[in-house]
Every structure is written in structure tokens, then in C-alpha cells.
Design a protein around this ligand. Structure first.
Ligand SMILES: C[S@@+](CC[C@H](N)C(=O)[O-])C[C@H]1O[C@@H](n2cnc3c(N)ncnc32)[C@H](O)[C@@H]1O
Length: 253
């Protein structure tokens, strides 16, 4: 069953949009600072409902989004309009016709992929999808932050009610959260949905080594609130305590 189905896609926009909105703003700032003259085209891998892509589009970028969920892509189409290129595909197995100067991927895509082998495939696919000299920026939920999965929450807005239950199996290295909810349909009635989303614990050191092994250069980690300032060595250990960290890397010329 699709993890990000119709009901959840609607609830996502209502409840989870603040982080991708901030992330998109930071990523735009990053690209303008690193490569101000670069062509304005961006590939968003695991684009979801297009929140990040929309910020790039508003800044004059041509946007391409790739996601495995048809329901998330449907909302992205509504948000981004006909000019955006939206592709139904897997982040670990895709190719593009014309490589991009910038690829971004937000809200824990590596944590959704599972094994180090799948993370490697993702990093390799993005390497081929970015042109020489181009940039790849993505975030990862830090291992300790996944303890936050252990919770029961109820969230409520005028248009939705969600019941969230999560559990992390630290030994197995993954956790899941089950979300049951209702979202208001256009006709005013409520549609019910259930979904279970799995998040894997991902070692930051493994991601860093994989990036370098695949050929990415100038790899650094940064806090999501300031992508231009690399975390220093001792802060990388602290990074494990941050809720989320960003990796920034460049494809060699
Ligand atoms: C937490 S959402 C983030 C969406 C968007 N990046 C944002 O920041 O709003 C995770 C997204 O990753 C997508 N996803 C998960 N596994 C994927 C895969 N293997 N390939 C492509 N997309 C994937 C899901 O369908 C979902 O839209």
C-alpha cells in the first residue's frame, strides 16, 4: 500500500508544511550564494506535494519533481501548474535527460530508503542527474532524533483530525508511525485514511562516506537553519543531537 496516499497527502500539507517551507528558503539562499550565475533549474527528489519546488518556481527556477507517491504528485501538480515537470519514480532508480545544476531532497528521504545499498543507489542516481560542477543538498533525520518517533499525538485543525502513534525499534534500526485520520473532502464530508510510515536510522558517517565514494566533492554537513556554515568536526558529533542535518556536496567539474 502506498505510504503517502490521498488522505495523508492532504493532511501533509496541513500539518507538515512548516519544515519544507523553511528548508526551501534555506536551499534557495544556498544556491544563490554558491552558484549565483548558475542556470535556474532544479531537480527535487522526493518532492512530495511540491512545497520546496514552489519556492524555487517563485524565484524563477524551472522545476522538476520526482516522487514515488501518485497522491503527493497530484497535489504537487495543483500547486506547481503545468510548467513543472513531475515524474512518478523511485529515488533509487531514475535517470534524467538533461542533468541539473542543482538537486535538492528534503524531509528525510534517506531515512525512507532503508538499507545503505539503497542510499548508495540514490546518491549514484543523483550524481548522474547533476551536471559537472553542480550541487546536491539534502537532509537526513539524525539518529537520536528518531527517538521522537516514540509518541502518541492528536493533531486537529478545522479540516482534519489525526491520531499519530509511533515506535522506534533501536536494535533493528527502524521505527514506524501509524497515522489514522480524517480530512475534509471538497463536499464538506470527511474522508478517513490510515497509513504506516517507516523511517530507518541512518548513520551520518555512512552517508558522508557514501557520497565521497560515489565521487561527490566538497562534502560538508550543516544545520538546516544555516546551510552556508559547515558544522565543524566536534559539531558533527553534536549534529547527531540535532533533529536533522543537511549534507551539501558538489559534483566535480
Ligand atoms: C516527508 S515527505 C517530504 C516531501 C517533500 N520533500 C517536502 O519536503 O515536503 C517524503 C516524500 O518522499 C517520498 N518518497 C519516499 N520514498 C521514496 C522513493 N523511494 N522515491 C521517491 N520518493 C520517495 C514520499 O512519497 C514523500 O512524498
Amino acid at each position: 500500500m502506498e505510504q503517502y496516499g490521498e488522505g495523508f497527502a492532504q493532511a501533509y500539507d496541513e500539518h507538515w508544511s512548516p519544515y519544507p517551507t523553511r528548508a526551501g528558503e534555506q536551499l534557495l539562499r544556498l544556491h544563490q550564494a554558491l552558484d549565483p550565475q548558475a542556470e535556474r533549474r532544479v531537480l527535487d527528489i522526493g518532492c512530495g506535494t511540491g512545497i520546496v519546488a514552489a519556492l524555487f518556481q517563485q524565484a524563477g527556477y524551472e522545476v522538476t519533481g520526482l516522487d514515488v507517491s501518485e497522491a503527493m504528485l497530484k497535489r504537487a501538480r495543483t500547486r506547481l501548474g503545468d510548467k513543472a515537470v513531475l515524474v512518478h519514480g523511485d529515488a533509487t532508480d531514475f535517470s534524467v535527460a538533461e542533468p541539473f545544476p542543482l538537486a535538492v531532497s528534503t524531509y528525510d528521504i534517506p531515512n525512507h530508503l532503508g538499507t545503505p545499498e539503497r542510499i548508495r543507489s540514490y546518491v549514484e542516481c543523483v550524481f548522474r542527474a547533476v551536471r559537472p560542477g553542480g550541487v546536491f543538498a539534502f537532509d537526513v533525520a539524525a539518529p537520536k532524533a528518531l527517538l521522537g518517533i516514540n509518541a502518541i499525538q492528536v493533531r486537529e485543525t478545522d479540516d482534519s483530525i489525526l491520531l499519530y502513534r509511533g515506535a522506534l525499534n533501536e536494535e533493528a534500526g527502524y521505527g514506524f508511525y501509524r497515522i489514522s485520520g480524517v480530512v475534509r473532502a471538497p463536499d464538506g464530508r470527511y474522508d478517513r485514511f490510515e497509513t504506516t510510515i517507516t523511517n530507518w536510522v541512518v548513520s551520518l558517517g555512512m552517508v558522508s562516506d557514501t557520497l565521497k565514494d560515489v565521487g561527490w566533492q566538497d562534502v560538508y554537513l550543516a544545520a538546516p537553519t544555516d546551510l552556508l556554515t559547515p558544522l565543524a568536526g566536534d559539531q558533527i558529533a553534536t549534529g547527531e543531537k540535532l533533529h536533522r542535518v543537511c549534507f551539501i556536496a558538489r559534483r566535480p567539474e
